[in-house]
Design a protein around this ligand. Structure first.
Ligand code: ARG
Length: 466
């Protein structure tokens, strides 16, 4: 069945779109979430139109009142969204026109192309702020685990082989660093979004006298000094989707971090490691095996990261072959962005919740970290302090490790005579290299896991995270 052509663009059409085409081309089912930004944009735009004399102050006020009514209806869930009106912009404009005749002037000197670009930039600024707050909540949850178990030592791993001892807090601080970079990335995305495209029209601006700086300022597209920031090329402004891609990229990368933290925690929670116990509230059982407690929140964090990468890929592919400027393909830019936003927020909450309820099991950690082989490097450093070149020291300690293996004893259980037979620079105090606390205290430099540095990092993170 054919419909009457749309009031907003139907002038040159004798028939409207087929049902199938409406279903195929509508975006209101997903872009309705832009409504608050669309209304904010329309208020600023109509204020600008009044400012330059294209509408009267009364018309502006009427439009503003009408937009408030529409927003209330939307917020209360009473608004009747209509698929045949295609998108959020036309739904709002049509509803407004019904209650306020002056609304027929609202679209003066504006196109949906610069309108949607503006909506999305307002949206990105808000979304980035929300995600940054979520990152900080997750960081706080991680910091509280670090505070509670700061003194617990565990082996640090390379190649998933026990490498050197670190405090649990040092390991968790690594997560804080990763997330801190993510927060900074989202701040950069928000800054890149902070340019106002409104006034670019469909592609080539308008012949009417608009005041782009006025609109930009009204919408908060300003620099640190409060100076308006307006996009500098109308064609770029309506076709640019860089911010979409950057946003999705920041989501994909924080997703990679989710996934790596999750993988650690899945290992820590396994019987093989058992460094940690995850909270029941974020685990599930097996329908068949009664003993199972599965780390599902962490596995899903690892899984969601695939989805976040997929969304980024969708956007890159969507944009890559398009001629300037706007093409309807670009309507497909929103679902992946919204999905990345929603999933990232959800992941951050789950990450925070899981860490908030997790316990470190100090005894299991102590058993794992007691392995003296973790301090083999310290023994080589001992020889270096005795004047031996590091390469020779490394080789000598390798031979000591081999000897311990051959004698089937722990590294620190070899006799002084045995190690001296390997290298004459070993003295009676060689075995002190295996004193864990002393070994940790020697790791003094910035970024190292010694207790003084860990204390310093505690201070830094507490200050950063409030
Ligand atoms: N719903 C459209 C989108 O999201 C709005 C822009 C429509 N512009 C157009 N020329 N048909 O891309």
């Amino acid at each position: 069945m054919a419909h009457k052509a749309q009031a907003t663009w139907g002038g040159r059409f004798s028939a409207g779109p087929a049902d199938l085409m409406l279903r195929f081309s509508e975006s209101v089912s997903f872009d309705r979430r832009l409504a608050p930004f669309d209304i904010q944009g329309s208020k600023a735009h109509s204020a600008m139109l009044a400012h330059v004399g294209l509408i009267t102050a009364d018309e502006r006020d009427a439009i503003h009142r009408g937009l408030d009514v529409v927003l209330k209806e939307i917020e209360s869930g009473k608004f009747k969204w209509q698929t045949k009106l295609e998108d959020v912009h036309m739904n709002i404009e049509q509803a407004l026109t019904k209650i306020e005749p002056a609304a027929a002037k609202l679209h003066t000197a504006r196109s949906r192309n610069d309108q949607v670009a503006t909506d999305m930039r307002l949206y990105f600024k808000a979304a980035c702020a929300e995600i940054i707050a979520g990152i900080q909540d997750a960081q706080r949850a991680i910091l509280s685990v670090a505070e509670k178990y700061g003194h617990v030592l565990i082996p640090g791993y390379t190649h998933l082989q026990r490498a050197q001892p670190v405090y649990v807090s040092h390991h968790l601080f690594a997560y804080l660093e990763m997330l801190q970079r993510d927060a900074e990335r989202f701040a950069v995305v928000a800054d890149h979004a902070n340019w106002c495209p409104l006034g670019s029209g469909a592609i080539a601006g308008t012949t009417l006298p608009n005041d782009r700086e006025f609109t930009a300022e009204t919408l908060g597209f300003v620099d640190a000094k409060g100076k308006p920031r307006v996009t500098q090329n109308s064609m770029d402004a309506v076709s640019d989707r860089d911010t979409f891609i950057e946003f999705a990229s920041a989501c994909a990368l924080v997703g990679v971090h989710f996934s790596r933290m999750a993988e650690d925690q899945i290992l820590w929670a396994s019987q093989e490691f058992k460094f940690a116990e995850l909270p029941d509230a974020f685990c599930t059982g097996s329908s068949l095996m009664p003993q199972k407690k599965n780390p599902d929140s962490m596995e899903l964090l690892r899984g969601k990261s695939a989805r976040l990468q997929g969304n980024l890929h969708t956007l890159l592919t969507l944009a890559k072959g398009l001629p300037l400027t706007y093409n309807r393909d670009l309507q497909e830019d929103k679902p992946p962005v919204f999905d990345s936003h929603d999933q990232t927020v959800l992941c951050l909450q789950v990450l925070a919740g899981t860490f908030a309820g997790m316990e470190i099991l100090p005894e299991k950690c102590a058993t794992a970290v007691a392995d003296p082989a973790l301090l083999a490097t310290d023994l080589a450093d001992y020889l270096v302090r005795q004047g031996v070149a590091f390469r020779d020291a490394h080789h000598a300690v390798g031979a000591v490790v081999k000897l311990a293996e051959k004698n089937n004893v722990a590294l620190d259980r070899l006799t002084f005579e045995e190690v001296q037979s390997v290298h004459p620079k070993f003295e009676a105090d060689w075995v002190e290299s295996f004193h864990l606390e002393k070994a940790m205290a020697r790791r003094k430099g910035t970024g190292m896991p010694g207790p003084a540095q860990v204390a310093r990092q505690f201070k830094r993170w507490k200050k950063l995270l409030g």
